[in-house]
Design a protein around this ligand. Structure first.
Ligand code: PMV
Length: 341
């Protein structure tokens, strides 16, 4: 299973104004820890599934004004979000050798900051739209490298379905590319939102603290390399049970590294554990269902598409009123035709 990957995303567009849409991705083999904070080089390779829910749509329009104007869900962007988008636009201008400022308008449907990868869809959409508006290289690898500079996980949202992000050793060699999965895999990801509020510790700070202080970090990074090899093989033969087992052990291992950091970073909440228990129960009753979690308390459950409704029902009962969404593998980032918008 592999959706068509565009070879050229932006060529036919005039520079100046562009709108792009991108979807979040959830890592089955996690990115946790940087080797270079400025370049967003990760310590390890990671692998993800792009979802078909929670898209981000971003329009970038060059302007004669003297400042960037950034609107986020209808309101002016402030604080850290504004600073990061601004720094990203500076990078794009530097690469393009241009000086025009931009009007950026983003509609993000992901609950921001809840460990649901809003930065992945956000920076993938911004990278594709800004590259088109400023006339930068438009091949998927260049766009993946560019998106990485906004948020590491965004490098993977350039692609649909499954993508692997090669850690690399420098700006050129750190990029994502598509990974094939057997057609019979037919997975779904059930997202249980147990808390849609912003997280207390940013993933950037949590990663830094984990790499610097957790005695469990190096062993996890080492085992993650094996997990990736096993995961690629499991995807290739369409073995959902193996994909789930590997994803679950990799994610829980990542959370163990954080719990051992000094001071500890704990994203897993009592509500997350209740959902985790319900997934164990499902498994005991013969349903293939496996958990993964990111930098927040929400739980994502990997299962077969045919079981998704049943898994969602079980998880909804456990998630004490929190929203539950069913996602399937989704499309890569793409430009929207301005006329049809
Ligand atoms: O790219 P960031 O800073 O949002 O970091 C994402 C880290 C995890 O979501 C926890 C794991 C991953 O690989 O997406």
């Amino acid at each position: 299973m592999r959706s068509e990957q565009p070879t050229t995303l932006v060529r036919e567009h005039q520079t100046g104004t562009a709108t792009a849409v991108a979807h979040p991705n959830i890592a089955l083999i996690k990115y946790w820890g940087k080797s270079d904070e400025r370049l967003f080089l990760p310590r390890t390779d990671s692998l993800s599934m792009t979802l078909d829910i929670f898209p981000t749509t971003t329009r970038v329009q060059l302007t004669a004004g003297t400042q960037d104007t950034i609107t986020f869900n209808g309101a002016p962007a402030t604080g850290e979000a504004e600073r990061r988008i601004n720094a990203f636009l500076e990078l794009v201008r530097e690469r393009a050798g241009r000086t025009e400022r931009a009007v950026v308008d983003t509609e993000n449907t992901v609950p921001t900051g809840a460990g649901l990868a809003s930065s992945a869809s956000g920076f993938a959409a911004l990278a594709v739209a800004a590259a088109a508006a400023y006339g930068l290289d438009d091949d998927p690898r260049s766009l993946s490298r560019l998106a990485r500079r906004g948020s590491g996980s965004a490098s993977r949202s350039v692609y649909g379905d499954f993508a692997v992000w090669h850690a690399g050793t420098d700006d050129l060699s750190s990029y994502a590319e598509p990974v094939d999965a057997a057609a019979g895999l037919d997975p779904a990801l059930v997202v249980a939102v147990v808390n849609a509020g912003p997280k207390e510790v940013s993933s950037r700070e949590a990663m830094r603290r984990t790499v610097d202080t957790s005695p469990l970090y190096e062993p996890w990074a080492l085992s993650s390399t094996d997990d990736l090899t096993d995961m690629r093989a499991a995807l290739g033969r369409g073995d959902l049970a193996a994909v789930g087992e590997i994803a679950e052990r990799n994610a829980l291992g990542m959370h163990a590294t954080m719990l051992a950091a000094r001071p500890a970073v704990r994203y897993i909440s009592p509500a997350s554990l209740t959902v985790l228990d319900s997934v164990l129960q499902l498994r005991r009753s013969g349903v293939l269902a496996y958990v993964t979690m990111d930098a927040g308390p929400n739980v994502k459950v990997l299962c077969r598409r045919v079981d998704a409704d049943r898994v969602a029902e079980t998880v909804r009962a456990a998630a004490s009123g929190g929203a539950v969404h069913i996602a399937r593998p989704g499309p890569g980032a793409r430009l929207l035709d301005e006329d049809t918008r």
